[in-house]
Design a protein around this ligand. Structure first.
Ligand code: DGT
Ligand code: CA
Ligand code: CA
Ligand code: ZN
Length: 580
């Protein structure tokens, strides 16, 4: 058990006791929890070395709390905690997951309104009862409703796109503090996971106190969970936790590896180390008492006989065995994309004109873009029919001409995000599709067909000789909508046969297809594209998330058609010759 987990249980014990109006004891548990969550050494290690007396040496830990800690370390559970939990009528552990609700407020809500669980809470908030309570008000009632909504959608996890800019901003500011030598984002953010539980930041500094002082007082901070000498945790006002740790230079690499995770990857690394006669921890790689590596990650992998494993691959999907055989792929790099194959404009539901999108794409260094507005079946997007597609083609010619005169390298291609109709036929006739440079096909309707019907429908569209790419192939929206029922492996086989490109839609709540399917495409030799699905100029930046996802799916530059210059990219498309 980690110190944080032990502290968490002690906090809860304190809160249960408080709920039962026990005096003094709640504060004792709370205080012990605070101290434990900021201890530099792992309590489990302390216990191993020094036994009960080591635990009792910790300030604020008396005999009975020490007993609870010992039980937690030994069994992972506490009988006292369980007993209190059963006796308390209030579902504290779920209620505290609602942003802004701590044990004290929960106690008030229970005593004044009899709120015991999330259902009661929602009911009372919707009836406007919480807004009328002293100490709450209309604003906290709205916040409670928002917090409940978020919990329902996500289980409390945030989209990477909501977290990454914030993490980078905090990283930048911590970097500016005097004495700070290095700041590094670790955890799931470094691995590029599509949703994030909390942010983990590691720091090398010769003045840890200054870092902690700044960190717990940042303007975004809503609540300080723990403030220690080298380690602090806060909950931001938007509900996300951030952990910061200051480390020594000599174990920086092993700590970075440890806090990057994933946990399963760490466990496997530790086991491998043991098998080879070492001991690996966050403090270093040791042979006996001697530290043999730990300053950086690379040397740890090297001594254990592995090639360096990129953070995005550390998910226990075979990376350790493949690294041992020196067969890890060279992953696609940030900055490798030459073009973007899915862009909407104000011809359908996009905000910007073709020219504005082109200029924005040029600014980020792209060499080509494909304009892919929706088609007529999506009436609410003002989707294009055959006549307007021809008109749009003329406008694209005009802008291309203008760009050429200005000596710009950017080329705009003609395309479509053509709806797949219920029976798998396309929303525009073949005579229209055949004149476009790139045709993407999308499901935007009939999400509820049976798996067999949906799969057949999509396969039929993929086999259309004019359809080049299957856009956002599974239709999921992270935290909002499940993928429709579809046999992804069958779709991938069809992509192989029909030479249809599978899209990695980089829009942050899509990231469709997801990492495990990308890996199946890589393994099956099926080509993919990484597209922004931009609906305005600011969206072009999401391509980064698509690259991250591609890396998590083990994709190299060769797997992604728009990581190549225009001419090469076109050769991958149907009817363009090339290897067909
Ligand atoms: P998240 O925050 O849920 O998106 O996912 P992570 O991976 O960032 O997880 P987090 O923040 O709980 O912990 C950060 C890293 O610390 C995690 O990736 C691996 C490491 N870690 C945490 N707990 C344990 C543990 O019990 N055992 C091992 N081996 N590693 C752990
Ligand atoms: Ca984390
Ligand atoms: Ca964490
Ligand atoms: Zn659209």
């Amino acid at each position: 058990m980690t110190n944080q987990e032990i502290a968490g249980i002690l906090y809860e014990i304190g809160a249960y006791l408080d709920m039962a109006d026990v005096s003094f004891k709640p504060r004792a548990y709370e205080k012990a929890a605070e101290i434990i969550s900021s201890l530099p050494d792992s309590l489990s290690d302390v216990y191993k070395k020094e036994g009960t007396s080591g635990i009792k040496k910790i300030p604020s830990v008396g005999a009975s709390i020490a007993e609870t800690i010992e039980e937690l370390i030994k069994t992972g559970k506490s009988k006292y905690h369980k007993e209190l939990k059963q006796k308390t009528p209030v579902d504290l552990s779920n209620l505290t997951r609602v942003e802004g609700l701590g044990p004290r407020k929960i106690k008030m809500l229970y005593h004044k309104l009899g709120i015991k669980n999330l259902k009661d809470l929602e009911f009372a908030a919707k009836k406007g009862k919480i807004g009328k309570l002293a100490g709450f008000g209309a604003k906290s009632e709205t916040n409670i409703l928002k917090g409940l909504e978020f919990l329902k959608k996500s289980g409390g996890r945030f989209l990477l796109s909501e977290v990454l800019p914030l993490a980078r901003e905090i990283e930048r500011r911590l970097n500016n503090i005097a004495g700070v030598k290095k700041v590094q984002i670790a955890g799931s953010v470094r691995r590029g996971k599509e949703t994030i539980g909390d942010i983990d930041i590691l720091i090398i500094s010769n003045d840890a106190d200054k870092v902690m002082e700044y960190f717990v007082k940042m303007p975004e901070v809503g609540r300080v969970l723990a403030r220690g000498d080298t380690k602090s945790s806060v909950t931001l006002k938007k509900g996300l936790d951030v952990d910061v740790r200051v480390l020594s230079e000599k174990s920086y690499g092993s700590a970075l590896a440890y806090f990057t995770g994933s946990k399963d990857h760490n466990v496997a690394m530790r086991q491998l180390a043991i098998k080879m006669g070492y001991k690996l921890s966050e403090y270093g790689l040791f042979k006996g008492q001697k530290q043999v590596a730990g300053k950086n990650e690379e040397e740890i992998y090297k001594i254990l006989g592995l090639d360096y494993v990129e953070p995005e691959l550390r998910e226990m999907t075979g990376e350790i065995e493949v690294a041992r055989k020196h067969q890890l792929p060279e992953l696609i790099k940030y900055g490798d994309l030459r073009g973007d194959l899915q862009i909407q404009t104000n011809w359908s539901d996009g905000k910007n004109s073709i020219e504005e999108m082109a200029l924005a794409a040029m600014k980020i260094g792209l060499e080509y873009i494909v304009i892919t507005d929706h088609t007529k079946r999506l009436a609410m997007t003002n989707g294009l029919d055959a006549r307007r597609i021809v008109q749009q083609g003329k406008e694209i010619d005009r802008v291309n001409q203008k760009l050429k005169i200005q000596n710009s390298k950017l080329v705009i291609l003609k395309g479509s995000e053509c709806d797949i109709l219920k029976d798998g036929s396309m929303d525009l006739p073949d005579e229209v599709l055949k004149d476009l440079d790139v045709v993407g096909a999308s499901v935007h309707s009939y999400f509820n067909l049976s798996e067999e019907e949906q799969t057949n429908r999509i396969q039929k569209a993929m086999r259309n000789p004019h359809v080049d790419i299957l856009f956002h192939p599974t239709g999921r929206l992270i935290n909002r909508r499940e993928a429709y029922a579809v046999d992804v492996d069958a779709i991938i086989r069809t992509a192989k046969e029909a030479k249809t490109i599978m899209e990695i839609d980089a829009f942050p709540d899509r990231l469709d297809i997801k990492d495990e399917y990308i890996k199946r495409c890589v393994d099956g030799g099926v080509k993919m594209s990484i597209d922004s699905d931009a609906h305005d100029i600011s969206h072009l930046s999401v391509l980064e998330f698509g690259i991250m996802q591609a890396r998590r799916g083990w994709a190299g530059r060769g797997d992604i058609i728009n990581a190549h210059p225009l001419r090469e990219m076109l050769r991958y498309l149907k009817g363009r010759g090339g290897d067909k």
